[in-house]
Design a protein around this ligand. Sequence first.
Ligand code: B12
Ligand code: SF4
Length: 530
Amino acid sequence: MRRLRVAVIDLVTKGPTRALFARAMHANMASIMPQVIATWCEAEGHDVSFVCYTGLEDLAEQLPAQVDLVFIGSFTEAALLAYALSNQFRSSGAVTVLGGPHARCYPEDAAKYFDYVLGFTDRSVVRDVLRDCSRHRPRGLHLSAEKQPPALPGVRERWKYIELTLRKAPLLKIVPMLASLGCPYTCSFCIDSTVPYQPLDLDVLKEDLRFLLRTVKRPRVAWHDPNFGVRFDETLDAIEAAAPPESIDFIAESSLSLLSEPHLQRLQRNGFKAVLPGVESWYEMGNKSKTASRKGAEKVEQVSEHVRLILRYLPYVQANFVLGLDVDEGAEPFELTKRFVDMTPAAFPGYSLLSAFGRAAPLNLEFQRERRVLPFPFHFLDNNHAMNVRPKNYSWPDFYDQVISLTRHTFSWGAIARRFSAMRGAMPRAMNVVRAISSEGFGRIAYYSEVRRRLDSDLPLRRYFEQETTELPEFFTAQVRKDLGPFWSSLPPGALQHDPNGYLMSETVRPPFAQSKPERRARSRARSLP
Ligand code: B12
Ligand code: SF4
């Protein structure tokens, strides 16, 4: 195989930003897989350049000039930037590859702009791409391993790229790790509901923790597992074998059902500092939060008590909620969340607007069948700049009124002060203030208020929301143009539009992928999209 000049680009964000939160945290939100791809390509004997774009640097300046093959890792929110980059690299002769959440959710669309679109990616898929490394146009090749990779390079092997990325983090420097992939639960809105749970090699985990203890003064690790601690005892045994108590700070996303008091005691002993459980809704997802059939106010009481219990052991809890689910109706769900915020002042509530990311989740088929998915450009699909599912039980103005009222309640100066004094530790306190006054709190209040104002005054925008037209309102086009800056001119024609029902279409023209875990059909490798 000839020695290729390979570039790997991790798009943490979609455009330039100066937000306080971005400065503090974007480098800590880098993905693991681009580092993995870079490590694999190098191990195959190629020259690799690596760029992690956090929005603070001049991207054009960072891009390598002469490359044969470019891998881009992108969430859907950064897809348009990825498309523009691909276009630019292709016109200078390179072959381009897209991987990551956008490639998994919208492969049909991405294949219009990339030579390869990768789903599950293991080393042999990467090897296939490196060997083939040729143009596939007008439609790219969709390649996917049959399942998640059985093993991934650990921290030690990825260190070169981790270090490069963390140089961009001013204070907190957080190393991303994985102990497992997939999830045994089947929440219908989740991308992992159809991916079987699979623990990764605990010896690699131990070796990585020991490496970090030798290399970094006070390591901080964020577990990127979709649901950390499913095999709780085995995983904690491995952590304990490698790292003395309190020698590493850990952050993890775990479902509430895994956070029992004995588990919390053990997590505390081992330096866990933050957990991000999903509450999602006051009316469903009981199996995740261990609230069984409790609903509404009763569930608020129970979850609040549970979160306060967690906070006795761990200093930082982010409780995640989805706003606009079909079970929600009227003011009640929003009022219940406000009550939770008041009853649990030390927890940070993370809000997401219901979003259907293409073929991410089985539930999306239902939304598409009901023609409730709006074609907002990918740029806005980040769980808050647009809700691309028409709410079942709210008009748009009513829905935005509720969301604004909840966000104002959560990020009022009174609530910020209460959160500050209810918490322990300088770092968690500072983090919450930054989040509240930066893009997440104040920024969203301003943005939602502007959308709400326009729902009354901007007729083209209102007609777009009401699905009376698919013509994109200037309000949205202008934001994409501004964010892409110099890359706007490279955005391929048509990229602002996508088929919001592409998943349903692909399922009706060929036999559907089975949805339940046991019946999941293996996806074929090297399958060209129709
Ligand atoms: C951990 C996680 C995070 C972490 C770390 C993020 C990161 N940069 O990796 C944090 C908390 C920071 C985070 C934040 C956000 N997240 Co998040 N997150 C996840 C989570 C739980 C696990 C992802 C993961 O790392 N899995 C492990 C890897 C190894 O597996 P994988 O993702 O399946 O990847 C496979 C392939 O896709 C491929 N691959 C992946 N990346 C790449 C890159 C290249 C170059 C290639 C070739 C291949 C490749 O190889 C892997 C092995 O098969 C998923 C949900 C889930 N259950 O998957 C959501 C998820 C990825 N997040 C999501 C979202 C929306 C967000 C936020 C926008 C939320 C918000 N409003 O803040 C932000 C954006 C952050 C950002 N831009 O970096 C969505 C993405 C949907 C989409 N299509 O864009 C998901 C799918 C959840 C959902 N809503 O369904 N997230
Ligand atoms: S518990 Fe979490 S990761 Fe698992 S299926 Fe449900 S939402 Fe997805």
